[in-house]
Ligand binder design. Sequence first.
Ligand SMILES: [Zn+2]
Ligand SMILES: [Zn+2]
Length: 827
Amino acid sequence: MEHYDFQAIEANWQKAWSDSGAFRVTEDSVKPKFYCLEMYPYPSGRIHMGHVRNYTIGDVISRFKVMKGFNVLHPIGWDALGMPAENAAIKRGVHPRTWTLENVGHMKTQLQQLGISYDWSREVNTCLPEYYKWNQWIFLKMFEKGLAFRKESWVNWCPQCQTVLANEQVVAEGCWRCETKVVQKKMEQWFLKITDYAEELLTGHALLAKWPEHVLLMQKNWIGKSFGSLISFPLAWDQSRGIDVFTTRIDTIYGATFLVLSAEHPMTADLVARSLRREELQAWVSRVIAQSRFKRDEAPVEKEGIDTGAKVVNPFTGREIPVWLANYVLMDYGTGAIMAVPAHDQRDHEFALKYGLDIKTVILPGKDQEDAAEPGQVFEDWGVLTDSGEFSGLGSAEAIERMNRHAEAKGFGRQNVIYRLRDWGISRQRYWGTPIPIIYCDACGTVGVPYRDLPVELPFDVPLTGEEGSPLEKVQAFVKVRCPKCGGPARRETDTMDTFVDSSWYFFRYTSPERTDLPFAPEAGRYWMPVDLYIGGVEHAILHLIYSRFFTKFLRDLGLTSADEPFPHYLAQGMVTKDGSAMSKSRGNVVDPDEIVQTYGADALRLFILFASPPEKEFAWTRDGVEGGHRFLNRIWGLFQENLDLFDRKTAPAPLDAAAAGRFPLARKVHQTIRKVSDDIGVRFHLNTAISSIMELTNQIRKDRDALRGDDAGRAVLRLSIETLVLLLGPFAPHLGEELWSRMGRPGLLFRAAWPVFDPDLARDETMTIVVQVNGKLRDKFEAAPDLSEEALASAALALDRIRELLGGRAPRKVIAVKNKLVNFVI
Ligand SMILES: [Zn+2]
Ligand SMILES: [Zn+2]
C-alpha cells in the first residue's frame, strides 16, 4: 500500500492553490459575503503556536463558509512598525526596514506551509508608505475636526539617554537600557480625542451581543462612566476663583473636611508659589511626580500628602477647609481634585487618621441598614443625612437630587457625567513609526501637511542610537521644510505615531488595498464590512478593540463607511500552554511549529491544535497529541487505499437512494455526522467536537467496512461515507482532503466543493416512542433512546406533567414497563 507522504502532498497542494489563485476573492453580489479575520501578527521573525492556533481557527471557518456557498474574504497582513525593529537596529546595526521585511518573508512562508487560505493579493504591510500614508490621511481628517490636538502631558524620561520611554521600557523605575532612574517630564504630545466617542463606545455595546461578556465588562470599566456632580470650592483668598471637584456623593459634602489636589493639578504650582514652605512643597511635588504614573495607579501605595497651607470654602457649609496634596489623587481621573470625606470614604479616612484631619459623620445607616455599619469600618453606603443643614433627615438618593438643584441654583455646581477614558496619546519619540504629518511655522503656527504631499515618508538614513531624543530630530533634511501656507522656513513634527493607530483600521484596507486615492474604496468597504468574525487573543480586549471601534465610528462620520461597529462578532481565542504554563521564550517551553510541520505535517498540527479544546479555552500542547493527529490522518489514508475500487469507474457501485440507504446504520451515521459537524463549525465554533464526530464516523466506517463490502448496496454506502468523510475533513486537514478528493476523481478543488447536505430523516437521532398508560388507558407518550432500561423508562414516565397530575402525589400500586414500548401505572 502506498504510504502517506504528507510532505509531498502538502507541498503539492500549496503550490496548486497558489498557482490557481484559489484564495483570491472579489466582490460578488450573487453570493452572501463572509469576512473572516484573525488579528494580524507583528513580524517578529517566527510564527509561534499561538499564531498557529489563531490562524487555523479562522482558516477552518473560512474554508467551511466557502464550501457553504459564501464569498469569503480571508486576508492577512503585518503590524510591522514599532519598537522591536528599532531595538534590533540599535543592538545589531541592521536597518529596521531590512529586519522587518526579512521577517515578513520568513513568516509568510511559514503561513503558506500551514495551508492557511489567505488571499495574499490583499496583504498589507503597515511599514510601507502606501499603507502609513493613510494613517496620516486619517490623522489630518481628525486634525481638521479638532480630534487630533496637542497638549502638554507627562512622559517617562531617561536623563541619561535623553529620551522618552514607553511604560514598557521602564523596568523597576529605571531605564531599560541604562538603568538610570526614570523621571517624569512635561512635554507637548499629540492626542486623539477618543473621549468624544466615549458615550457611543458604551452604547455601541448593544450591537456586540456576540462578544464575550467579560470583554464587554473590561471595556465598560475602561470607559468608566459615572454620574455625579461637579462642584466648585472657592479659594478662601479670592472667592472669584475656585477648584472644581467631581463627586458621585454630593450627599456627603457636609462631611468634606479637606480638599486634595493631585501633584500634577494646574493649581498645584500656584499654591506652591504662594506658600511660605515653597521649597519643601516643591520637593514633595517633584518626588511624587517622579513616582511613575502607572505605578501610583496600582493599589497598595502608601498614602502620603502634604498641607499646602491654603484654604478653600466648602460651598455648602460656608466653612474654610485646608487644601492638601496627596499621591492617591490622580490627574488622570475626574478633575484631579477631590473633596475628602473621611467619615464616608476608606481612603480619605486612612489619610485623615495619618495626618490628624477632621472626621465628621454626615450619613447614618438607614433603619434596615443597621448591620451595614460595622464598628471600626467606614460607612460608605447610601443612608440618611445628619448634621447636613437643611438636608438632614433626607435619604441619600433624594439628597443627591436636591443638593444638585441647590448647587445649580447657587451657581457653584451642577450634575455631571464623567468618563474614566482619557484621550489617546499617540506621540512617540521613535523612528520606526508613522511620521505625524504636521509642520510648525513661526508665522502660521501648526499646519497640517497638504494631502497632496502625503505620504510624509520616513527617511531611510537615520542614526539609531537609542539616545538623545527622537531620531528624526537629527535628520535635517527631514526637519527643515517650507511652510505649505506661507512658503517660509518651517520645521516638521518629528514624533511618530503609536502603532495602535495602524491596527485601528487595517481591516478596512484589506477590502481594497490597491486603492490610491482613499484609505479604502467605499463601495468595497460597503460590500465587505463589518468583519463577520474577528478572532484573536483577549489581551487586546481594551486598547486595540476600543481604538478600532473609535476609528470605525470616525470613518463612518466621514461618510466612508456605514458600519457602526467593525467586529459584531469577536471570538477571543485561549492561550497555548505547555507543562502547565503559557508557552514563552522566558520559560523555555516553546515548541517550534516548523519542526512539527516537518515531522508530522501541517494537517496533523492543525488537527491537533483544534482538537484538544474549544477555541476560547486554554489549549495544552503535548507531543502525544500531535502524534495522535498524525495517526488519525494515517488511518484515513489507509481506509481510502483499501477501498480504491469504490472510486474506480469500472468497479464503482451504483449510487443508492435515500430510502435504500436508510436501512444501513452507517448511512444514518453519515447524515448525523454532517448535521453535527455543520452545527459545531457554523453555529458554535466548537471545532474540537466537530473533529471528534469526524473521528467517530471514521471508526464506524472501519468497523462496518468488511460487512458492507459484501454487496453492491453496502459498497455504495461505504463509498458515500468515505466521500463525506473527505468533505468534512476538508477544512481541518485541507492538504490530505484535496489529495483524496482528486484521487476520487472528483473535478475541481475540494476547497470549492459544496459542503455535504444531510437528509433530515436520515440524520434524525434514532429514538423510540414510549406510550404511557394509567390503568391500561393511553395517557401520554415520550421519546427515549433505544433499549433504555425498565427502571429508566418508569422514572421518565413518572416525570411527565400529565402523569404526575393523574397520580396526584400517590405512589402507583404497580408499575409495568416494557423496553422500547410502554409504561403502565396501576393505581
Ligand atoms: Zn537610559
Ligand atoms: Zn507659514
